[in-house]
Design a protein around this ligand. Structure first.
Ligand code: SAH
Length: 284
């Protein structure tokens, strides 16, 4: 394997000794890495990765690269954020070419901003490589468009946990539920009952479509289609485990026609026009 990829469009950035690239790994499927992430993986001496980074992705790294796990495993508490950031500083100061790999996009509920800030405060040169966030790419793999012209003109990304691990009490759930037609909730499984109740109290209808997607974009992806009123029971019955994205809104109905993975496996579309807009020929 060569040290860096050769790309057709001229020189690509070098991950130089002493640098840290803070890279999104996407939601799981290695094919959803960016070329910059791949280029970094091929060059890095050290890869510091999170629990959400699919193991397959590390196969794209140099064989001799050191792999350092910096996430939660087996119920043990995760490495403290400050310890991770300072470890990155240490590695960079030791002259390593460091790739910090985080699930999804590092700046979307990923604490990437904090890590980058610490690095810059310590005079470590940094490159940020965005990734495909689970709340967009993961839903796409479930056949759910995060925006759809007939459904929503805005979308709200929400975290179901705050710093203390509790449901974000600081969030104004009434404003959130009134603010956009589609809500995409990260880290929402544990607090799904509280969240569903808050949204129902805020006036979202009980029959509003909801999808829960776990392990999105991996071979273990599972999708639960339910409604706000039945979410809690269906979720409990499904025994689905994090990581999960919860999508609330009518765009979930589009899965009835857009479940492209199901179609590829030989299923038929359940409904070619789930929003009742008429088929394209009729619309014309
Ligand atoms: N930076 C990440 C989010 C990190 S927060 C991103 O941009 O995607 C962790 C949460 O992300 C999980 O609790 C879950 O809500 C979501 N998530 C990440 N990967 C996922 C996956 N493959 N399937 C479903 N949810 C995922």
């Amino acid at each position: 394997m060569t040290d860096s990829l050769s790309f057709p469009s001229g020189p690509w950035p070098t991950l130089a000794p002493g640098w840290v690239w803070l890279c999104g790994a996407g939601p799981g499927d290695p094919g959803l890495l960016t070329l910059h992430a791949l280029n970094g993986l091929r060059q890095a001496d050290v890869i510091v990765y999170d629990a959400l980074v699919q193991p397959d992705i590390l196969d794209w790294a140099r064989e001799d690269a050191e792999r350092i796990f910096a996430g939660k495993r087996g119920g043990k508490p995760s490495a403290r954020q400050v310890d991770i950031s300072l470890r990155l500083v240490e590695l960079a100061r030791a002259g390593k070419r460091v790739l910090r790999l985080k699930g999804g996009d590092p700046f979307v509920f990923g604490r990437g901003g904090e890590e980058a800030q610490t690095l810059i405060q310590h005079d470590i040169p940094v490159r940020i490589v965005p990734g495909i966030s689970a709340g967009i790419g993961g839903l796409a793999y479930a056949g759910i468009p995060v925006t759809h012209r007939d459904v929503n003109q805005s979308v709200t990304f929400v975290t179901g946990h705050d710093q203390s691990g509790e449901t974000p009490s600081s969030l104004n759930w009434t404003a959130i539920s009134q603010g956009s037609q589609v809500l995409v909730i990260y880290m929402g499984i544990k607090h799904a009952p509280v969240i569903a109740k808050a949204l129902l109290n805020a006036g979202r209808p009980a029959d509003e479509p909801v999808a829960v997607v776990t392990q999105a974009t991996t071979p273990d992806q599972r999708v639960l289609e339910t409604t706000l009123g039945t979410l809690v029971d269906d979720l409990a019955a499904s025994a689905m485990q994090p990581p999960a994205i919860i999508c609330v809104g009518r765009s979930v109905l589009m899965r009835q026609v857009l479940d492209w993975q199901g179609l590829a496996a030989g299923e038929k579309p359940r409904n070619l026009d789930p929003l009742g807009r008429g088929r394209p020929a009729e619309q014309a």
